[in-house]
Ligand binder design. Structure first.
Ligand SMILES: *Cc1c(COP(=O)(O)O)cnc(C)c1O
Length: 376
């Protein structure tokens, strides 16, 4: 072989190395040594052809999340929104109507309210804490009820059983974004929900170093979701999938510590001078109530001084990492909502969302009490 040939063919040919962890298949496509072998892909004998249509690392993340949700299948996507879009389109296909909870994540609200028009899908938003309002929003075109297991930022725990009962009565499907609860706390698929989606950017990945999503459900629906991921180009990169799987291995450990810290912080801020209200669920799951605590400062406190008074806690417009961080819903996640939509769900200039990390609980409590004190 001449150099110009060698330089491109001297990669490792031994593919049977038994590495302890899954290698990263950082490849855009897979190779074949005969036309028979290529034909074998189309006959289902080999699983991979081209990474946009399937890759061992993205499949590993889909399968891992499905296993954690006790769902038959899972499909990874480039982001939580990508996974949500793939899940929704798997159900709606050629259009239809969706009834969604009005207090969902801001990005999803925008996806549903604006972008889904392109696909001929119409939306109604309803107060999902009121079953009558859900039922009254259902039309003959309705195909899906959409909500989140624990909502953002006020942490309302969805009545999943009630939602599934309404959907079954009307012969329609249900979809839950389980990002805040994680499969550690809740498994909506086991409660009869058809599609359970995650922003794996959050707790599944857990380290704030990837943007990824996963949608899970029946083989039939996930086959459709997979086709949406392939054909709309919503696929996740192998390296991001690998990082997400690595992060997910410590999901239980992280959630245990983060839920405990969050509970202690919620207790410590409840009734604290300068804190008007603490939002923290009480009955989300037997294993805990999640790791997000939302607070509203009293009217006379200064929100700017509160944020600058936070010592080591950074302002970060995401959640779920191992570090405790704060975000400002009005300025970030709920910015896209109209003033009216925001005030209807209670987001105002004094609302702060805290993503509680794995640090020592006393340090976390001190940081927030000091910041509240400094907001005088
Ligand atoms: C972050 C988030 C999303 C969107 O996920 P991306 O990975 O940013 O696309 C959807 N739902 C919830 C509840 C989220 O927190």
């Amino acid at each position: 072989m001449k150099f110009d040939t060698k330089v491109v063919h001297s990669t490792l040919h031994n593919r049977s190395i038994k590495s302890k962890t899954t290698p990263i298949y950082q490849t855009s496509a897979f190779s074949f040594s005969s036309l028979e072998e290529l034909e074998g892909f189309y006959e289902g004998k080999s699983p991979y052809l081209y990474t946009r249509s399937g890759n061992p690392n993205t499949d590993e993340l889909g399968a891992m999340t499905a296993a954690l949700e006790d769902a038959p299948a899972g499909v990874a996507a480039a982001s939580g929104l990508g996974a949500i879009l793939a899940g929704i389109l798997a159900v709606t296909e050629t259009g239809g109507h969706i009834v969604a909870a009005e207090d969902i994540y801001g990005g999803t609200y925008h996806l549903l309210n604006e972008e889904l028009k392109t696909f001929g899908i119409t939306i109604s938003f309803a107060d999902f804490s009121n079953p009558e309002e859900i039922e009254n929003s259902i039309t003959p075109e309705t195909k899906l009820l959409y909500s989140e297991s624990i909502t953002n930022p006020f942490l309302r725990v969805e009545d999943i059983k009630g939602m599934v009962a309404i959907a079954r009565k009307h012969g329609i499907r249900t979809m839950i974004d389980n990002t805040f609860a994680t499969p550690y706390l809740l498994n909506p698929y086991k409660e009869g929900v058809d599609i359970v989606a995650h922003s794996a950017t959050k707790y599944i990945g857990g380290h704030s170093d990837v943007t990824a999503g996963v949608t899970t459900g029946s083989e039939e629906l996930m086959e459709k979701a997979r086709n949406k991921v392939i054909n709309l180009g919503l696929n996740l990169s192998p390296h991001e999938a690998w990082l997400t799987v690595r992060g997910c291995k410590t999901l239980s450990l992280r959630m245990k510590q983060q839920c405990r810290n969050a509970e202690k912080l919620a207790e410590a801020l409840d009734g604290y001078d300068g804190v008007k209200k603490v939002y923290y669920p009480k009955t989300a799951s037997e294993k805990g109530n999640g790791a997000i605590v939302t607070i509203e400062l009293s009217e006379e406190r200064d929100i700017h001084r509160f944020f600058t008074g936070l010592d080591w806690v950074k302002i970060v417009p995401t959640l779920a990492g191992v570090e405790t961080t704060v975000s400002y819903p009005q300025g970030t996640s709920h910015r896209a909502l109209s003033e009216e939509a925001r005030s209807k769900i209670g987001v105002n200039a004094r609302v702060v969302r805290i993503s509680v990390g794995i640090e020592d609980e006393e340090d976390i409590i001190k940081a927030f009490r000091d910041a509240v004190d400094s907001s005088k």
